[in-house]
Write a protein that binds this ligand. Structure first.
Ligand SMILES: NC(=O)c1ccc[n+]([C@@H]2O[C@H](COP(=O)([O-])OP(=O)(O)OC[C@H]3O[C@@H](n4cnc5c(N)ncnc54)[C@H](OP(=O)(O)O)[C@@H]3O)[C@@H](O)[C@H]2O)c1
Length: 189
């Protein structure tokens, strides 16, 4: 059965972004993100996509995954530095990128794609995802990083319970939460 999931890394203030970037770099967390999302569908806001474009450096954005980007405009338009040209948009290297106007549209087109669904940020996408995710993967990053984007942790506390907690290196802690409707059962079984 297809599951809906949310994955994020947050600091001690539940911040997850600053000035359009992630203000930390932990390879172990990036590896975890890749392992969890590979082969699946990632739903994201346009600014998260812009940030990922920077890392892609002209190559695939999140290779091996289908990226659904929610935007009120078009990815190839706009003044921002990473805006794609129409030609780029058409090139094969971006053939895993899909543009939609709403989160409902994202869920609708994801039904025709293989794999599970992951809400990967930012703020509004996390808020929408928390209404419906079966599972939430939350990496706790040590310290406070002066973030300007925050995870809706009240909603997490109210509707989810901790299923698993694992300590990684460098003070990282990997939490898995499951929606209260599952009790102590794993929704992946
Ligand atoms: N630590 C982590 O796990 C993590 C994960 C992801 C991102 N980040 C960070 O988070 C920051 C970006 O997050 P953000 O909250 O600023 O932005 P975002 O959600 O990535 O993007 C916001 C944009 O997405 C579009 N959008 C989002 N929800 C929409 C909706 N329901 N309907 C229509 N359009 C919608 C709009 O695009 P238009 O303006 O084009 O209409 C909006 O301006 C960056 O700093 C990034 O590095 C961190």
């Amino acid at each position: 059965m297809r599951t809906i999931n949310l994955i994020a890394a947050v600091d001690e203030e539940f911040g997850f972004g600053k000035d359009g970037k992630i203000p930390w770099h932990y390879p172990e967390d990036l590896k975890f993100f890749k392992e969890k999302t590979k082969g699946h569908v990632c739903i994201m806001g346009r600014k998260t996509f812009d940030d990922l474009l920077t890392y892609a450096k002209g190559k695939h954005v999140l290779p091996g995954r289908q990226c659904i980007v929610v935007t009120s405009t078009h990815l190839e338009l706009g003044e921002r530095p990473n805006a794609m040209s129409i030609r780029e948009m058409e090139e094969w290297k971006y053939n895993n990128v899909h543009e939609v106007k709403t989160v409902s549209d994202a869920l609708n087109i994801s039904r025709n794609m293989p794999g599970d669904v992951f809400f990967i940020g930012g703020e509004r996408i996390f808020a929408s995802g928390l209404n419906m995710a079966d599972c939430v993967y939350l990496t706790m990053i040590p310290g406070k990083h002066g973030c300007d984007r925050f995870f809706p942790h009240e909603k997490l506390r109210n509707s989810y319970q901790i299923y698993n907690k694992r300590e990684g290196g460098d003070g990282l802690v990997f939490h898995t939460y499951v929606h209260n409707i599952f009790g102590s059962k794993n929704p992946h079984n």
